[in-house]
Unconditional design. Structure first.
Length: 197
């Protein structure tokens, strides 16, 4: 499996992204030194795509597949793409506050700690649907790891399209998110422009 080994704060700096969107509380004091170069239209579009891929931890090929699928769906392609990325199982675990970062959420899913509607799912890219119940396995609930995670994520706001029960480590997808409910600083219109060339 391909792994992105670029230091997170360095990557955030180059994309002009706040690390808080990744669930990381660190701040970088260094400033990016770019001599007043004008970024081309293609450069802007590419940066938006890289931002979305970096935030959700998706590589190029699966990201392109998401785009093709979003393009075939009815409605706005950009909005469909963002909704699909937001409803990935690893992202939903992160949003419910059962993981500190999306990378940790991905690991939790990989390690078979997650049940969707009572069935074990270990695919981070599994797309949840409205009405799905997501919970951490019974035998994992008592572990120290989840106590530590809940200490950190206890104050985190859960989006209104999700319902979380922090004590029982269980959550429900009330509905699929609207674009307004997705607080990720990505301009999906530029991504659509990039892929539709």
């Amino acid at each position: 499996m391909a792994v992105n080994r670029v230091p997170v704060l360095k990557r955030c700096r180059s994309l002009g992204l706040d690390p808080i969107y990744l669930g990381i509380d660190k701040k970088s004091n260094r400033q990016l030194k770019r001599s007043n170069r004008k970024v081309s239209e293609y450069g802007l579009q590419l940066r938006e795509k890289q931002k979305a891929k970096f935030i959700y931890g998706v590589l190029e090929k699966p990201f392109r597949n998401y785009y093709k699928k979003a393009d075939r769906m009815p409605g706005m392609t950009g909005t469909n793409l963002m909704v699909m990325l937001e409803t990935r199982l690893d992202n939903v675990i992160f949003r419910l506050g059962f993981a500190r970062t999306r990378k940790e959420a991905r690991q939790i899913v990989d390690h078979k700690h997650v049940l969707v509607n009572g069935k074990q799912v270990n695919i981070p890219s599994y797309l949840v649907k409205a009405g799905d119940t997501i919970e951490i396995k019974e035998k994992c609930k008592g572990s120290q790891r989840y106590k530590d995670i809940l200490e950190v994520t206890g104050g985190r706001l859960v989006p209104e399209w999700l319902e979380a029960d922090q004590e029982a480590l269980r959550g429900t997808v009330k509905e699929l998110p609207a674009r307004e409910a997705i607080d990720v600083p990505v301009n999906e219109v530029l991504i659509v422009e990039l892929y539709s060339k």
